[in-house]
Ligand binder design. Sequence first.
Ligand code: FE2
Length: 330
Amino acid sequence: MKVLGIESTAHTFGVGIACDEEPYILSNVKDTFVPKEGGMKPGEVARHHSEVAPDIVVDALSKAGVTISSVDGIAISLGPGLGPVLRVGATVARALALKYRKPLIPVNHGIGHIEIGRLTTESNDPLILYLSGGNTIITVLRERRYRILGETLDIALGNMIDVFVREVGLAPPYVKAGKHMIDVCAEKGSELVELPYVVKGQDMSFSGLLTAALRATKNHNLNDVCFSLREIAFDMLIEASERALSLTGKREILVVGGVAASQSLKEKLDVLSEERDVILKIVSPEFAGDNGAMIAYAGLLLLKHGVRINIEESYVRPRWRIEEVDIPWS
Ligand code: FE2
């Protein structure tokens, strides 16, 4: 069985092909919109996606060495994400499903991140940290659902860091030579500036930290503020994760999502996993950021369990949470 998956929830338009036997991922092609200045404007991103979509679909099929008529389903990430951007991918997916008479499979973007992480790291019943631009979630799979044990109470960790580097003039681009600008800046800092640290149980709050860090740049060295912001934000996440480990007794941590590529976070997680004697697994950079392969693979799992959606019901779901999705393969 083979599934073509389309990712179009935020700045990346991606198409991947997954199959149900090794090597599982046959292709993974993407194009990411980078704004010249400022943050993402949904209209601009949607225009970018509609321009690149045809070439990305063709490229993904040719790299996988399959024809569209030989795939068994079209998977689409219907949410969560930005409405106008989600609609581009959904329109492409619906058109392909209709023209080639294939089942359309609704995939939650977060479930895509988690399942590609479980597949590629061969993880076994882990505590999952889903960390991306839009999400900061601590979760475990239990009784057919990803149960959320902790999350951000306001903005996501990745978004907070992106906004900070942008506001102080370090970005875009947010990543240079594989390194996030917060790391480039933080590596030159050493003094800890006092900033708010907010953990409530297993939940975290980053908005006060962002405001205070921006204010602190007026009377502290910028490198020291970068260093302090990163240390405090990651320490908050480590504290919440440690509590979730104690609560669940899990022996493995799996990190998925774009922030999983952070080397400095890995160093802190290495210490945590050593102290708690648990195995640490981090999704590889290819599958950390948004990509079509993760949607294809989650779509494949869903299709195998009979999940599909009628075209006329395939609305985009900008606020679709992972715990709303039934996970029949658990
Ligand atoms: Fe994502």
